[in-house]
Structures are given as C-alpha cells and as structure tokens.
Write a new protein. Structure first.
Length: 261
C-alpha cells in the first residue's frame, strides 16, 4: 500500500494523472476566459477588482451585469475599477515642507457674504454648458482617415490623456460647475465628442465632469451606449463622420435620430 501511494504521488507530480477536482477547476477557468474578451475598443465580461492585462490599460470594460469599469493603476498593479472612480490612481509623495521662520500674524480676512459664482451652468444637465464645452474635434480624424484611426482597434487607448491629467482637470471643473458634491468619484470626465468619434483628447472645451448618477432620467451609461452605436454606424459607412460629430455635440439624447439612424 505504501509503494502504491508513492507511485500515485509521482504520477501526479509529473502530470501523468490530474485529479478530478483539478480538471473541474481548469474547465471552469476556461469558461470564464472565453467570456472575458476585447470587443472593438472595449472589453466584455470583466471581473470588478480583478487584475487586467497590459492590452487593457486605460481602456473601459463592462461586467456581465452591465456595469462600466476602467483598467486603472492600483499601486504596482492594474485592476478593473468603476468607471470615473479616482481610486486606484498612484499618487506622488508630498514633498517635505521647508522650515520657515514664523510669519508675522496678519488680521483675518472678513468672510465673504456670497460664495464664488460658478463659471459653468448646471441648468443644461445631463448635458454640459455649451458655453464651456461646445465640443471640439481631433484634426487627425477625418472621413478619409477613419480606417486608420477610430475604426482601428486600440486607437482611443493611444490618444486618451493620462489619468493624472484627467483627475486634476475633473477636480477643477467640478468647482467650475459649482457641484455641491465635490467627490471626484461621483463624476466621469467625459468627452463631449467622444474619442470613438474623433473628439479632441485633451481640450478643456471637449472635457467636462459628467455626473454618474441619473439626471432627468438619463445617465452617463446612456450616453456611452449612444457613442458606441454612432461609432459602429460611422465605421460601417452608414453615417458620415461629420454628421455624427455634430449630432452628439449638440445633444447626445437626440443624436441617433439626428444622424439618421
């Protein structure tokens, strides 16, 4: 009996025999892997909080329940985090303050009677204030170049601004819109003309802090669905690029109809 046990252990070690439990685990893993995949410029069936591959860095993905996630840096690793969340971003250590002489006390300023007025209006929500963000285009994307730009997988990942730029701009613009809730995770730094349709990647006239919750019955997730539908139509040749850009910049809620779909 002891000799048989030793022979069984050796067979498992060199791979001649795989326990039934291991075979089940492999089958389950293969099933999950077949669901997790890249589709166009995004990923499907992502697992929230799980590690994401290098090819997904900075890209968006959707869980099986339909939630939107983004592959962002979390310390030394990249994980799937809720879209628009500022968590997971590596922060730079604060420099040590230089010792200074004790300043002469100054009289405290008188409190202002009114809070600072917002630069941009929230009256247009769920749309941005058109005076602040009318939407701007990427000059490299034209009807003649869509085959090598927006319709080529991975294009938006190449032109998307780094997370540090978007995070800093989001904080600044939240104040400009005068949102009562200043938590960055409550907003998604959205491109008015999306990168999928040749929008300017870094222009402050094309980026604004879009609330992730529903406003007047519409949410950021609804706009994302419109963006993908117009992108498919443009790449299929059903809608001219300029028409799709103009429609979504004016009002994404009516863009599909205005584009003729």
């Amino acid at each position: 009996m002891r000799v048989r046990s030793l022979l069984f252990a050796v067979a498992v070690a060199i791979g001649l025999f795989v326990p039934i439990q291991t075979q089940s685990a492999v089958a389950a893993s293969a099933s999950v892997a077949s669901c997790y995949r890249q589709v166009g410029d995004h990923w499907e069936c992502v697992t929230p909080g799980a590690f994401c591959p290098a090819a997904a860095h900075g890209l968006y993905g959707y869980s099986e329940s339909g939630g939107k996630y983004q592959c962002v840096q979390d310390g030394s690793y990249w994980r799937w985090k809720p879209a628009g969340s500022s968590s997971g971003q590596s922060s730079q250590p604060s420099p040590k303050p230089t010792p200074k002489a004790t300043p002469t006390p100054k009289p405290s300023p008188k409190p202002t009677t009114k809070p600072a007025r917002a630069k941009c209006s929230r009256a247009y929500l769920p749309l941005p204030d058109p005076r602040c963000q009318p939407g701007t285009r990427n000059p490299a994307v034209t009807q003649a170049t869509i085959g090598t730009t927006i319709c080529r997988p991975g294009f938006t990942a190449k032109v998307r601004p780094v997370a540090s730029y978007l995070s800093a701009l989001k904080v600044r613009q939240i104040a400009e819109y005068g949102y009562p809730d200043r938590r960055p995770a409550r907003y998604e730094e959205d491109h008015v003309i999306p990168l999928l349709l040749g929008g300017s990647p870094k222009s402050v006239k094309n980026l604004w802090p879009e609330p992730v919750w529903k406003v007047r019955g519409r949410s950021a997730a609804d706009k994302n669905a419109v963006e993908r539908r117009l992108w498919k139509a443009v790449c299929a040749g059903d809608v001219p690029l300029a028409r799709a850009q103009k429609a979504i910049a004016k009002d994404w809620r009516t863009a599909v109809r205005q584009a003729g779909l």
